[in-house]
Design a binder for this molecule. Sequence first.
Ligand SMILES: NC(=O)c1ccc[n+]([C@@H]2O[C@H](COP(=O)([O-])OP(=O)(O)OC[C@H]3O[C@@H](n4cnc5c(N)ncnc54)[C@H](O)[C@@H]3O)[C@@H](O)[C@H]2O)c1
Length: 342
Amino acid sequence: MSNRSLGIGIIGCGDIVIAQHLPALMENPAVRLIAVCDANPQRAENAALNCGDVYHTTDYQRILADANVDAVLVCTPPWVTPGITIDALNAGKDVLCEKPMATSVAEAEKMAAAERQSGSLLQVGFTYRHGPLMEALQGWVARGRLGRPLQFRLGIFDELLDPEGNPEHYERILNTLHHGPPCIHDGAHAADYLAYLTGSSPVRVVAYGLTSRPEFPSPNYNAAHIEFANGDRAKLEIGWFYPHLPKGEFHILGPGGMAYLDRINNEAVIIEGKITERVQLSEDRARSCFRTQLSKFTDYIRMRRTPVPGSREGIASLRLTLAIADAMATGNPVEMKQEGIM
Ligand SMILES: NC(=O)c1ccc[n+]([C@@H]2O[C@H](COP(=O)([O-])OP(=O)(O)OC[C@H]3O[C@@H](n4cnc5c(N)ncnc54)[C@H](O)[C@@H]3O)[C@@H](O)[C@H]2O)c1
């Protein structure tokens, strides 16, 4: 394998594959797309269009049985991802699975066990941890430039409510809400940012949820306060399915200054006294992060090293987001056992 490009299969060919994974794969000379699979034949066929000599199938086992495929991207919804990922690991394929890796810790732990037992590698798609902006924020925090304790303020507002204009999107997000509130889905990224930036573990969560329409099966507005073992705190807001969406937020306040991620201008900024420092990206952040994620995946495969973020980070993220869901459901604070420092 060392002298040839990595053979890749994709399982699950929805929005994120078409928008980001496929373009990243097509421009990476270290990989060769061999096959795509989707349970929906139209989606499988559509993904294979314009990808050259690539076959499409509705049966992911065909891809797992293909000796030309070294690794797979599992880009299915999180209630489907665990079974396919475990089959892929057991078939000897290295896996990059989308976040969240599962909707329960028990399933995520089964995936981690399959990774250990098979010797295959498992990376988790916390895409936006990669790249210079998040690395800059992490470096500023780790070097103590903001002081401690830190207050994180994260706000994510997504999935515009437009049932008449985009009925397919409405049905898909409604179905996702049947598998848990947005803190479990978009919250997976937020929980991973917090683990990466605080370098600590959550110990206590208070949260509440609001359901803006009676037909929504779980609260579509989620708010949480999170305490970390090192004294840092976070305020997290996630809102889906509103007809108007506020701007997102990503601020870190500390005794020594403030840092933030500006998603509109593609920059990370730190303000310390009279000094303002910026790290800017000259290209679209999503595109850059997906490209970096893929090249890290291929590096881990070549070096046979445990990917980061991998199952350990995936499980840590899921523990926090499920604690938020639990605190929202019961109205009671959730005390979390410390699972070790990241
Ligand atoms: N890393 C990121 O930044 C990022 C961004 C968006 C979405 N995601 C995650 O990626 C995953 C997919 O999201 P999406 O927006 O593309 O969803 P989507 O619903 O558009 O795509 C999922 C696809 O999986 C297919 N599928 C379901 N079960 C299958 C099976 N058994 N075999 C083969 N295909 C199957 C569906 O037919 C669908 O086409 C989700 O877990 C989501 O949270 C990650």
